[in-house]
Design a protein around this ligand. Structure first.
Ligand code: 5GP
Ligand code: ZN
Length: 117
């Protein structure tokens, strides 16, 4: 069922506390934690606690939750005093998605080239 925890999902395990993470922000419905392999001085993943496989399916099924993820990403940027930042949703393995639980990458703390690779 949409939104239900998935037994084989790494980020559901982080939500459940079964896999440790460095949490920087948490609300009732959203959690933000540092990426284990940071690509910038600030690299935080912001996820809905409910499981949706990617950002578009999250937005389609639970638009208020998608908005909450974006709002929390902005709060992380503010917490980190980021003057400029990028929010990325890799979608599909060809675009680099490796964890199929919707997540925003919040990247900041260095120059960010455009267009991205
Ligand atoms: P994706 O490649 O799906 O867009 O992003 C998944 C991200 O999860 C990657 O940036 C990867 O470094 C991060 N990641 C993978 N395993 C773990 C983990 O166990 N803990 C944390 N904090 N991040 C992880
Ligand atoms: Zn999940």
């Amino acid at each position: 069922m949409a939104g239900e925890p998935q037994a084989d999902c790494l980020f559901c395990k982080i939500v459940a506390g079964e896999v440790p993470a460095t949490v920087v922000r948490e609300t009732e419905h959203v959690v933000a934690f540092r990426d284990i392999n940071p690509q910038a001085p600030t690299h935080v993943l912001v996820i809905p606690k409910a499981h949706y496989p990617d950002a578009a399916s999250l937005a389609a099924a639970a638009p208020e939750l998608a908005a909450a993820v974006l709002a929390e990403a902005g709060q992380v940027a503010a917490d980190e005093s980021a003057e400029a930042y990028r929010i990325v949703f890799n979608t599909g393995s060809g675009a680099g998605q490796t964890v199929f639980h919707a997540h925003a990458h919040l990247l900041a703390g260095r120059g960010l080239a455009w267009p991205p690779g």
